[in-house]
Design a protein around this ligand. Structure first.
Ligand code: BGC
Length: 746
């Protein structure tokens, strides 16, 4: 019986393998045949991506710049477009590509669908605080559904850059500081966007970006130089990219920064040697916006032509907005600086993704009127946005269990302009979210408690809150509005004050050298504290902030990030205890800016201290540890970890068993975390490395046994060639509810 089953199983495996092979052969034949018909201009065209440049449903474009691009589009010299929004525009442009170009190759339309399309989910850093991979996959799927219903094929997400620097504005777009958590989240998001089959009209192609090390910009300044060693590159920066490649992400995007003297866009080492050769990646690489051209400013390329040469040789397949390939591939080939093979390889990769999306069978496959007319901003999507917003909130402080608040009988003062802001919670990459479409904190609270919540704005936080591309003007001096706010605070039992960053204060180009509450806010908070100490501080932000003063004085602090469409409802349900907070920080919060970059998985150094003498690795004016560590977040209940036992299955496998019990008075979720320390090794290892986690619901008094198995990969490290090294040695295993845990096997 067993044997028959085995034979049947192998038959099915063989059958499905041969189906897959024949589908692959069919695709290869199709692409080879198409390629054989293409002129060099058409090939360069496939490698050329333009930003949307005119209303495609209106008359022909005016002006030389527009006309030239329009002509190129009709000549088959454009392979992809970005930032073209809506089915009408996409259909009109696709029609030109399909009906008016010689070979009718469809365009692939990309857009930054980063944390939602119409329904906004928490910004990626916030979502990462949920540590809930299933929910993150679902939110990416909904974003894909809404984006594809609007005609789009491709998102420039997920951003899988690891970063340790809260000054860098783009930390909002990533998964924080840890390569293990970052890799898991990268895969969940890719699976969410892409699903099982790119042809499925509810999925879109994803893009792992920015390859590589963009998150290690010196001094946290966007686009700045990156200079890191191979250890950090292989063990910290690259794992999330490798996991993305393994998860078959359709595309990669390279990066603006130079790394160790070579712009990433021109780095053969990264793109060819590592990604395409070592990892055998078959998708295509798109440049970042004009990053090919920027190699001239980097001082790497003499001019645009030599930048084109470096980029193509390095393995950048598609040129986003540098006009480099369209202008120079022809000459470079004539001058024999490149071979046709290198171009063919890039074009094949691009055509292959178009094929996988099903665009050759139906170029209009996402331009479906019925779907467009469906109400996609619907209840189901909003329900998931609420779920994930709730899971993303991190309770940072809750002295004397001030939270949850009683639902009745309390006079509550709600203070701060962000409490009525319906736009900031939408976050930085709001795609097509209607303006002001988030539920504000005030709206959320009032549903619970209309009579006893009173609002005062306090001083203005920002002078030009409707800005998009320019600089935000922060109010540093104007205190008007403070008096009425303080009067209300004085008359109330509790004050809920909402402070933090504007929704567009983090993100690309939004680095900060000061990560305190912006402008007048801390002063305002101190004034409130003078009249009423029962303060619940809600922080809205896109990066870790310096909350040291607040932590020393304010009894309850709730980290809400920019939570998306359902922001206010999610926060209200947490404040009133209908939902128990369960988020954990994916990035350390420094005590002050001088500690940055700060991260839990640092090395021990030769002088770890502490010592009574000055000669150990420390500051004379600041503690070493962060204010809130990676993995940290409180709950309304408490969890007890015990009975940690290790057993060795073999020389390379450790079984880790322990018990967790809910010992508090609420049911709730805990993110159970396991860290490893390799005590000595031929390459020094971090003091802790996250290796497993699980988010689990516990009823009151419930206890659960956890069994984690650690294998060679979890115990080893990557050497300077990126190869796994596993050495016999001693490992300390930690378990607990944050990276600060000292419950260990020793
Ligand atoms: C960003 C990318 C983004 C691209 C297209 C660039 O400025 O760095 O992450 O995908 O623009 O909008």
């Amino acid at each position: 019986m067993k044997k028959t089953f085995y034979i049947l199983l192998s038959f099915f495996t063989l059958a499905s393998c041969s189906n897959a092979n024949s589908e692959e052969n069919k695709k290869e034949k199709f692409i080879d045949s198409l390629l054989s018909k293409m002129t060099l201009e058409e090939k360069a065209g496939q490698m050329n991506q333009y930003n949307g440049f005119w209303d495609a449903t209106g008359p022909m474009p005016e002006g030389d710049y527009q006309k030239k691009r329009y002509k190129e589009l009709k000549n088959g010299q454009v392979g992809s477009m970005l930032n073209v929004i809506g089915v009408d525009q996409i259909r009109a442009l696709q029609k030109i590509a399909v009906e008016e170009t010689r070979l009718g190759i469809p365009l692939i339309f990309g857009h930054d669908v980063i944390h939602g399309y119409k329904t906004m989910f928490p910004i990626p850093l916030a979502e990462s605080s949920s540590w809930d991979l299933e929910l993150m996959e679902k939110s990416a799927r909904i974003a894909a559904t809404e984006a594809s219903a609007d005609g789009l094929h491709w998102t420039f997400a997920p951003m899988v850059d690891i970063s340790r620097d809260a000054r860098w504005g783009r930390v909002m777009e990533g998964a924080g500081e840890d390569p293990y958590l970052g890799s898991k989240i990268a895969v969940a998001r890719i699976n969410g966007f892409q699903g099982q089959d790119l042809k499925d009209s509810l999925t879109i192609a994803a893009c792992a970006k920015h390859f590589a090390a963009y998150g290690f910009a010196e001094s946290g300044k966007d686009y700045n130089t990156v200079d890191i060693g191979l250890q950090t590159l292989h063990n910290i920066v690259l794992p999330s990219f490798k996991a993305s490649a393994k998860a078959n992400v359709a595309t990669f995007m390279n990066s603006f920064n130079e790394i160790n003297g070579i712009p990433a866009t021109g780095s053969k080492f990264l793109q060819r040697s590592i990604l395409k050769e070592k990892w055998n990646y078959k998708g295509f690489i798109v440049s970042d916006w004009s990053s090919i051209e920027e190699m001239v400013a980097h001082g790497y390329s003499k001019d645009l032509k030599s930048a084109a040469l470096s980029a193509i040789k390095a393995g950048s397949d598609m040129d986003m907005m540098s006009y480099a390939y369209i202008k120079y591939l022809n000459n470079l080939l004539d001058e024999k600086k490149i071979s046709i093979d290198i171009i063919d390889d890039a074009v094949k990769r691009i055509l292959s993704v178009k094929y996988d999306l099903g665009l050759f069978s139906n170029p209009y496959l996402y331009c479906n009127d019925v779907r467009e007319e469906e109400n996609i901003f619907n209840d189901r999507n909003r329900a998931l946005a609420l779920d994930i917003a709730q899971e993303s909130i991190v309770l940072l402080k809750n002295d004397a269990n001030i939270l949850p608040l009683k639902k009745s009988g309390l006079k509550i003062a709600l203070l701060g302009g962000l409490a009525i802001d319906k736009d900031s919670p939408l976050g930085n990459w709001r795609a097509k979210a209607p303006k002001n479409s988030a539920i504000s904190v005030k709206e959320g609270l009032i549903k619970y408690n209309n009579n006893t919540v009173k609002f005062q704005k306090g001083p203005k936080l920002f002078k030009n809150p409707t800005f998009i591309d320019g600089h935000l003007n922060v109010n540093n001096t104007d205190t008007s509005g403070t008096y009425s706010a303080l009067k209300l605070a004085k008359e109330s039992d509790y004050v809920i004050t909402v402070l933090g960053e504007h929704g567009l204060q983090s993100g690309e180009g939004r680095s900060r050298s000061n990560i305190k509450l912006p402008g007048i806010q801390e002063h305002f908070l101190k004034e409130i504290y003078k009249v009423n100490k029962n303060i619940v501080l809600i922080i809205m932000n896109g990066r870790p902030l310096d909350l040291s003063w607040a932590d020393a004085h304010i009894p309850a602090i709730v980290e809400s990030w920019h939570l998306g469409t359902m922001s206010g409802n999610a926060l209200a349900s947490i404040l009133y205890g209908d939902c128990n907070p369960s988020g954990k920080l994916p990035m350390s919060f420094p005590r002050s800016i001088g500690q940055v970059p700060i991260y839990y998985n640092h090395k021990n150094t030769g002088r770890p201290g502490p010592s009574d003498y000055v000669f150990w690795s420390h500051y004379s004016d600041e503690k070493n540890d962060p204010l809130y560590p990676f993995g940290f977040g409180l709950s309304y209940t408490n969890f007890e970890y015990s009975n940690l036992e290790l057993s060795k299955a073999d020389e390379r496998t450790i079984n880790v068993k322990f018990k967790v019990k809910n010992i508090g008075n609420h049911s709730g979720k805990e993110v159970v975390q396991l860290y490893v320390r390799d005590l000595y090794s031929s390459q020094t290892r971090p003091v802790k490395e996250l290796k497993r986690f699980r988010k689990v619901q516990f009823q009151i008094d419930e206890e659960k046994i956890f069994n984690f198995v650690l294998k060679k990969n979890d115990l080893g490290f990557l050497n300077d060639s990126g190869n796994l090294v596993f050495e016999k040695g001693e490992y300390e295993i930690f378990v607990g509810g944050s990276s600060k845990t000292n419950i260990s096997s020793f």
